[in-house]
Design a protein around this ligand. Structure first.
Ligand code: RFL
Length: 389
């Protein structure tokens, strides 16, 4: 077992937020330790996001963490809307700020970040789930965790960085009275990964009376699909045949060409929700990534926000711990929340573009789509927000 400190920073969670933070702190000579509840195998194979915004790529580049994504990631710059009024495509790299996404599966990014961290001598304990954080209002907070052998472990760092997602221990440790701004969008998706090549060379958004269907490339042989479904649906009720039949109808395969089908390798039900915790600092406990704010995956912002917040937090902690400048850490919450709310605002707009729950909503949606199809101003606004965090 590692010596139990005192570490400058204990980071909860080895997702994109925790690993970017760990890399930056470790390089700057800040003594840190990452505690991760899952096994290493689970962490490096968990498929989630795939679309990296140009700003996230620039951040990773700035710190020499983008080698893998430049080698294996692919530029992506088209999205196609399929509606009852026909289809149209936006080449968003020619609109707005003129920037594309990079498609690079999150598990590959996590693998790269973990390799870079460990190669540089960074410490991470897998199968070690934090149970609680106490004393956040002091300068020696305590993290209690259950280690791989089931024994309780305690850590007393100077700061705790809660990067352990929406169900982690950091959120549970927040004092009562913290503002949690929450929105249940009332929409449920079946998220599916198919071992099949992408069916179109664009992100596909199919909008219609049967509900939304989405298509997003992940790699030349893996594609993510989404199907809006009834709240309370069980993933197991969706057989592969039922999924492909429903996707074909909603994506209007009869008009625009058949889908490339293959085995369904993962299916999960997601209720679309958003929330933001304010502030993101509670004494010695700081939040970043999904632990700080949850965002529905409609506009692919979550992993990008996690990278951005991790850089902001790393710089602030380095200033505080290495240079004795506490100002940036005091400003961290406000700076990070400005980005969070901007991403939430656009994502909220996307939720309403893709789903309608009443005839009035549907009429608004149709009008929004018409603007997007015909107005260069609307297209530029869309492109800027779509690739931006
Ligand atoms: P993560 O990735 O959830 O990592 C948190 C880590 O903390 C660990 N953990 C604990 N460790 C110790 N003690 C505890 N008590 C712990 N509890 C949890 C977990 O095991 C995990 O390793 O959070 P992070 O780093 O904040 O990163 C956030 C992103 O993962 C998330 O926002 C994105 O995946 C969201 N998202 C997408 N984001 C994008 O930017 N682009 C996309 O294309 C995109 N597609 C998606 C998505 C999320 C999806 N799901 C599953 C909700 C597609 C889907 C289907």
């Amino acid at each position: 077992m590692d010596a139990q400190g005192p570490y400058d920073v204990v980071i909860l969670g080895a997702g994109p937020a925790g690993l970017v933070l760990g890399n930056l702190l470790h390089r700057a000579g800040v003594d840190c330790l990452i505690l991760e509840r899952e096994t290493r195998d689970r962490v490096v194979t968990r498929a989630r996001a795939g679309f990296l915004a140009p700003n996230a790529v620039r951040i990773l580049d700035r710190h020499g963490l983008a080698g893998g994504l430049h080698r294996a990631g692919r530029e992506h710059s088209r999205c196609e809307f399929r509606t009852d009024d026909g289809r149209f495509t936006l080449d968003y790299a020619t609109l707005g700020r003129g920037e594309p996404h990079t498609v690079y599966p999150q598990q590959e990014l996590v693998t790269d970040l973990l390799t870079a961290y460990e190669t540089a001598g960074g410490r991470v304990r897998f199968s070690t789930g934090a149970l609680g954080v106490t004393g956040a209002d002091s300068t020696r907070p305590q993290v209690t965790a259950r280690g791989p052998d089931g024994a309780l472990e305690h850590w007393w760092p100077r700061y705790v960085a809660g990067c352990d997602g929406r169900h982690g221990a950091a959120r549970r440790a927040l004092p009562t009275g913290v503002r949690r701004q929450h929105r249940d969008h009332g929409v449920t998706w079946l998220a599916v990964l198919a071992e099949a090549p992408p069916s179109l060379d664009a992100v596909g958004y199919a909008i219609g009376e049967r509900g939304f269907a989405g298509h997003m490339a992940r790699s030349p042989r893996i594609t993510r699909y989404y199907l809006q479904c009834e709240r309370g649906t069980a993933a197991g009720d969706w057989t592969a045949d039922r999924i492909w039949a429903e996707l074909s109808v909603r994506l209007r395969a009869d008009r625009y060409g058949p889908l490339h089908e293959g085995p369904i390798i993962e299916r999960a039900v997601l209720d679309l929700e958003s929330d933001v915790l304010e502030p993101l600092r509670h004494g010695s406990l700081l939040l970043a990534g999904d632990a700080a704010s949850l965002i529905s995956p409609c506009a692919a912002k979550g992993a990008n926000l996690a990278v951005l917040q991790a850089e902001l937090l790393a710089e602030a902690l380095i200033d505080d711990l290495r240079h004795g400048r506490p100002g940036p850490l005091a400003a961290y919450s406000e700076r990070a929340l400005a980005h969070v709310w901007r991403a939430q605002e656009f994502t909220h707009w996307m939720v309403h573009l893709l789903h309608g729950t009443s005839p009035f909503d549907n009429a608004l949606r149709r009008s929004r789509l018409a603007s997007l199809r015909t107005s260069r101003g609307a297209q530029d606004w869309f492109a800027e927000n779509y690739v931006g965090v």
